[in-house]
Write a protein that binds this ligand. Structure first.
Ligand code: PEP
Ligand code: MN
Length: 367
């Protein structure tokens, strides 16, 4: 089943009155008072919030730490949200979570990053939800695998769940970065390209893992045309039982939202007499030029391939590769391009070049 062809309109369960769609609440429900006070303050200071959230069962890396209050917390979040006539959502990670959440009247569910990674569990959740058309938000799997993320949507959709939305919460990585989870923005962008109907929510809290860069990531998500934000909030963030470093108070959330610049996704037509049209045609010309140059470069690679085949020389030569990288990094940074961009660019070019050389060298007549 192709979920694009199903033409489901995911945004229907989120009110269009405010954009961005805002989801907030504590990382974890800790006590009834903490849930109540957080939700009350959020409702007071950030009335744009459409859905309140709280984690009830917490997937933690190591055992022996706080793993969520469990079922009792469902009542707390439901009652706190109901008081403000808003829906609430919790994370479900297996069939019994789904059953308990539905029994408690929870309005929406989300599937966490450590669950969307596992097709068996996603299937178990989808089966438990068969016949119940509740909105389900699917966080990206922890590893940067777009197909796995899409697979989770497909499993849910096959079970009849059509109210689906994506939450981009970043991807874990071995390399240390300023983020807790690397955003890899190209992955949610590609998801949206393939499924244009899908509502895309960004979760800056889990991307950042810290408060000071939340605004930067939230702004970027808005500039990339995400539909909404999920941001964790706590009345006393420093004392939170989970994710203390990234949570903010309801008042801080209000300040953050106020600082975001909301820009329009204006589609310009060819008749628009607009400087942007002119600039875009310049960009298109340059892009064409880049492709032509790359193609020319590949033709030369093939000639090198023929030469190497005749002279029995390996395709990959570490010394030559180091020289290319050093030279490109030097001229790239001299021209205002970041070294990480240059490195990725030259790696991709080299990969394509090796593909061309391999084809040439393995042709019988090249030998
Ligand atoms: C959460 O939202 O609190 C959570 C556990 O998120 P993730 O699955 O993205 O780690
Ligand atoms: Mn959290």
């Amino acid at each position: 089943m192709n979920i694009v062809q199903e033409n489901f309109s995911i945004a229907s369960f989120l009110s269009k009155e405010y954009k961005p769609y805002l989801i907030s609440g504590p990382c974890s429900a800790e006590t009834e008072e903490q849930v109540n006070e957080t939700i009350d303050q959020l409702a007071l200071h950030v009335p744009q919030i459409q859905v309140f959230r709280a984690g009830i069962w917490k997937p933690r890396t190591r055992p022996g730490v706080f793993e969520g209050v469990g079922e009792i917390g469902l009542k707390w979040i439901k009652e706190a949200a109901l008081k403000h006539q808003k829906p609430c959502m919790v994370e479900v990670a297996n069939k019994s979570h789904v059953e308990a959440a539905l029994k408690a009247g929870i309005d929406m569910l989300w599937i966490g990053a450590r669950t969307s990674v596992n097709p068996f569990i996603v299937q178990e959740i989808a089966d438990a939800l068969r016949g119940i058309n509740i909105p389900v938000f699917v966080k990206n799997p922890v590893n940067p695998d777009l197909d796995l993320w899409i697979g989770a949507f497909e499993r849910l959709h096959k079970a009849g769940i059509t109210q689906l939305a994506a939450i981009h919460r970043g991807f874990s990585s071995y390399t240390k970065t300023e983020y807790r989870n690397k955003p890899n923005w190209e992955i949610p962008i590609e998801l949206k390209r393939r499924f244009p109907q899908l509502t895309m929510i960004c979760d800056p809290s889990h991307i950042c893992g810290r408060r000071d860069i939340l605004l930067k990531v939230a702004q970027k998500a808005m500039d990339l045309n995400f539909d909404g934000l999920m941001i964790e909030s706590h009345i006393h963030p420093n004392e939170a039982w989970s994710d203390a470093k990234q949570q903010i108070t309801p008042l801080e959330l209000k300040a953050l939202i106020t600082q975001i610049v909301f820009r329009e996704n204006k589609i310009l037509s060819a008749d628009d007499d607009n400087a942007l049209i002119e600039l875009r045609s310049k960009i298109d010309r340059i892009d064409n030029y880049i492709i032509e140059l790359l193609s020319e470069r590949m033709t030369i690679s093939e000639e090198i391939g023929t030469y190497k085949a005749k002279n029995n020389i390996t395709i990959y030569q570490p010394e030559r590769w180091s020289q290319i990288v050093d030279r490109m990094l030097k001229i790239g940074t001299e021209n205002g391009l970041s070294s990480s961009f240059i490195l990725q660019l030259i790696q991709q070019i080299n990969k394509e070049s090796i593909r061309h050389q391999t084809q040439v060298m393995n042709k019988k007549d090249a030998l």
